[in-house]
Design a protein around this ligand. Structure first.
Ligand code: SF4
Ligand code: MSK
Length: 644
């Protein structure tokens, strides 16, 4: 297969060709080896949740053994996928909360409350007293309240109060205000087990509730607590793609999602003793680079380079330049172990809940985190001597990361009058038509990075400001789209004018998958700032992920829909097409209940058109597309004008 058909990333193309030459397999090869994939699975009409099955819906046999029809089966599968995605984000959030508390108690000495301004704000929001108390005392209380959000027996998610009041009313009326994360996930599994919830609409309504427990609960808490622990991101430059690896240095890749260990590896790589040790083995330094969302976490906060996104993880090892790859949780391909065996690379799992056969496991000790990290860096240095041939593609691009909600607010209004007002004003006056969140993975079923970057180019050309997260943001970074100098040239005249005046890029790197919650907070702020309606569903805004892979992407999509947004996915990645009723509800009916809806479109140019039409219809409804009447002021009018 032509590498150009597999990826638009030149570095990836080179590595795909090199691996083919050496007879090594990657995700694309394994996809080919799968042959035609199961049509029942694709449509979501296969059920294997009880021992009377597995059952598949066909014309001849339209019901499962228990009598379940395609609507029930598809809805149950969808709910289970969303719940699995929620559990991943939220378990990540829970781990952060535990480390947060241990840090505040002094039991995990390497973790400190770094952003105390954010800690105080969070404390106020959560009702924690701050007067005459130490930072750590406040931290313990904030951490314990956050930890309780995952399993508290009564009450609803505290973070959901950040949503505009009308949105909270909509949730209340429909009965989907999220309760404890664990409860929503458990109930999802209960409802979707054999012989329980058999009303597809009722099942899908719970999919909204469990997803909201993620977006306005577990994932939001993960982002907030990480910001306090490791610092709230502010814009800074970094580099993206395999060209960031160094031939003459020890290269370490951190891969996965939780920044708990990777933050410490970054610190350890600067340690004088370890740098001296690296020199002794003939290396000129230590390079730490990330893949997937761990990479986003590190770029956002420290400008640490990104070697690639999801589909790059195996290719990076095939450079022969990686001494050690430390992986934690989520999006870690088991195929890595095979590729690593072909090279000197030490692949190490670090989280007890995510291990791999025949792969060394070094259990991360959060109470002695820096020591654990130093141990891994030492392993990498010791492995430098075992290097064989190295080929590192030259490809890399400068990128600006670090657009947290706080930093966008600051950039728009300055330190003393931080505000979204300039953004609202420029949406209202039409220079910016609207906002799009382009997020998610890279899937070997599509040419890697193609849909994300094409969609982004189309949108900024038409004056839509783009916020990106996850592997989509890395795709954009590789193509130079998160480099303001390049992206501004591609933006439409209105967007360009605003970007140049305010000093922001047309494509804002907002972080990892859990950081999609930064987009929710930003949407709430756009509403709160005024002039763009009373609810998120009124905003000229939409989200898209045309290369999704993980169940987490479905969870994110569902919480955006349930927050009032249009969400576009590719047909190939939406396993619901086997039920007309489920499709009708998720593509249309749900809008009446929640103000948002799903749509499918695999072609990024058509998806851009769909998003722009949606944005323009929202603008029409807000009345901001009407030509403003030009008012000629007489002297009396002028005198009546007040200057604020
Ligand atoms: Fe078949 Fe019903 Fe069992 Fe599913 S729950 S496997 S449809 S019998
Ligand atoms: S890492 S969930 S492949 S974005 Fe968050 Fe990338 Fe998707 Fe994993």
């Amino acid at each position: 297969m032509d590498p150009k058909k597999r990826s638009i990333d030149k570095a990836a193309q080179e590595m795909i060709a090199l691996m083919a030459e050496k007879g090594q397999q990657n995700a694309w090869d394994r996809l080919d080896a799968q042959g035609a994939q199961c049509g029942f699975g694709k449509q979501g009409i296969c059920c294997r949740i009880c021992a009377m099955g597995p059952c598949r819906v066909t014309k001849k046999a339209p019901l499962g053994v228990c009598g379940a029809d395609e609507d029930t089966i598809v809805a149950r599968n969808f709910l289970r996928a969303v719940a699995a995605g929620v559990s991943a984000h939220s378990d990540h959030g829970r781990t952060v909360a535990e480390v947060f508390i241990a840090g505040a108690k002094g039991e995990a000495k390497d973790y400190k409350m770094k952003d105390t301004t954010k800690l105080f704000k969070l404390a106020e929001e959560l009702g924690v007293k701050t007067k005459d108390r130490s930072v750590n005392e406040i931290g313990i209380d904030v951490g314990e309240i956050a930890l309780a959000e995952f399993g508290k027996p009564v009450g609803t998610q505290l973070m959901a109060r950040r949503a505009p009041a009308p949105r909270q009313e909509i949730w209340k009326k429909l009965g989907v205000t999220p309760r404890a994360v664990d409860r929503e996930v458990t109930e999802s599994l209960h409802r979707s087990t054999m012989g329980v919830d058999q009303n597809y609409k009722n099942i899908l309504t719970h999919a909204s509730r469990v997803a909201l427990a993620d977006g306005w609960g577990g994932a939001m808490l993960a982002t907030e607590l990480q910001d306090v622990l490791f610092g709230t991101p502010y814009p800074g430059t970094g580099e993206v793609n395999m060209g960031v690896l160094k031939k003459d240095e020890v290269n370490i890749i951190v891969h996965g999602h939780e920044p708990i260990l990777s933050e410490m590896i970054a610190v350890a790589s600067q340690d004088e003793e370890l740098l001296a040790k690296a020199k002794k083995v003939g290396a000129n330094g230590i390079t730490v680079a990330g893949t997937c969302c761990t990479a986003n976490e590190l770029l956002m906060r420290h400008g640490i380079p990104i070697a690639g996104n999801f589909l790059n993880q195996e290719l990076v090892i095939a450079t022969g330049a990686i001494e050690l790859m430390a992986v934690d949780v989520q999006c870690v391909m088991q195929g890595l172990a095979q590729v690593a065996k072909c090279y000197h690379t030490k692949l190490v799992t670090t989280t007890d809940k995510a291990q791999m056969p025949d792969v060394e496991h070094v259990s991360m000790d959060e109470h002695n985190a820096l020591e654990s990290a130093k141990g891994l860096v030492t392993m990498a240095i010791d492995n430098f001597k075992n290097r064989g041939d190295v080929y590192i593609p030259k490809e890399k691009n400068a990128a600006v990361g670090g657009f947290s909600f706080e930093s966008i607010n600051y950039m728009l209004g300055g330190r003393f009058r931080a505000s979204f007002r300039p953004l609202n004003d420029n949406i209202i006056n039409g220079r910016i038509r609207g906002i799009a969140g382009i997020v998610g993975c890279t899937n070997p079923k599509m040419p890697q990075d193609y849909t994300h970057t094409t969609l982004v180019r189309e949108l900024i050309k038409r004056d839509v400001l783009v916020l990106t997260t996850g592997c989509a943001t890395i795709a954009c970074g590789k193509q130079g789209l998160t480099n303001p100098k390049i992206a501004v040239e591609l933006a439409g005249p209105g967007l360009r004018e605003v970007c140049e005046a305010i000093g922001i890029a047309p494509v804002l790197t907002c972080g990892s998958c859990v950081d999609n919650t930064r987009l929710l907070v930003s949407c709430s702020e756009l509403v709160r700032e005024g002039g763009l309606g009373d609810d998120i569903s009124e905003l000229p805004a939409a989200g898209a992920c045309l290369e999704s892979v993980s169940e987490k992407a479905l969870a994110i999509g569902q919480y955006f829909v349930a927050s009032g947004m249009l969400v576009v996915f590719a047909k190939e990645t939406m396993p619901i097409l086997g039920s007309k009723n489920v499709c009708d509800y998720l593509f249309k009916g749900i809008e009446k209940d929640l103000g948002g809806h799903w749509a499918i479109e695999s072609d990024p140019v058509k998806a851009a058109e769909m998003i722009i039409q949606h944005i323009e219809s929202k603008r029409d409804a807000l009345g901001i597309n009407k030509e403003k009447e030009r008012k000629l002021y007489d002297m009396a009018d002028r005198r009546a004008l007040t200057i604020e």
